[in-house]
Design a protein around this ligand. Sequence first.
Ligand SMILES: Cc1ncsc1CCOP(=O)(O)O
Ligand SMILES: C=C1C=NC(C)=NC1=N
Ligand SMILES: [Mg+2]
Length: 214
Amino acid sequence: MLMKREQLAVYFIAGTPNCKRSIEETLQAAIDGGITMFQFREKGKDALAGSAKKEQAVRLQALCREANIPFIVNDDIELAVEIGADGVHIGQEDEAASSVRGKINGGIVGVSVHTMDEAKKAIADGADYVGTGPIYQTGTKTDTGPVAGTALIKTMRAQNLTIPIVGIGGITIDNAAPVIAAGADGVSVISTISLADDVKQAAVELKAAVEGSN
Ligand SMILES: Cc1ncsc1CCOP(=O)(O)O
Ligand SMILES: C=C1C=NC(C)=NC1=N
Ligand SMILES: [Mg+2]
């Protein structure tokens, strides 16, 4: 699936452990609120595995297909290929983007980067976008590097690297604008949407914050 940078604008990420209600209800409400891309990131305590994880992925993929937004699988390249996901997101510890590209015939490849070197390697490997952070303090992922702020985003743009960038980590409706102002094409969130009392409204407001700052 060819990716346009605008699709990164409001990039919701979730797995079953991140959701207060059913992940299907949460994703559908987020879609109704205008998210532009979804990543299934099934990690942590009580995360699904095996056939349960695959069946969950297929149900969420159907909701994204209905809404015509990309369905991305985190880490699990085999699952992504098996179900024909629209792409994968990989970290530095996962397989290199160059070899992943060959496996997902035309799918989107996103890579987590924390340094300019990692960013340049991801670009050389043909990544479609990079995710960088944690921009702010986050409690959702416990093994992140130190809070990075928007420095790397700014440096990448200062060096005229034009690859689509999404910021991630502790992003809320109130602090999303600086991430876009720094040069990111969008924001990626878990808890601001997944833990909201009104999931749809949270997505609506996050989208407004991102679009208002463009
Ligand atoms: C997956 C990931 N990578 C860096 S921070 C993070 C967690 C983001 O979760 P939240 O949006 O709730 O801070
Ligand atoms: C760690 C990550 C960084 N960025 C994105 C978009 N997804 C991730 N899972
Ligand atoms: Mg990973």
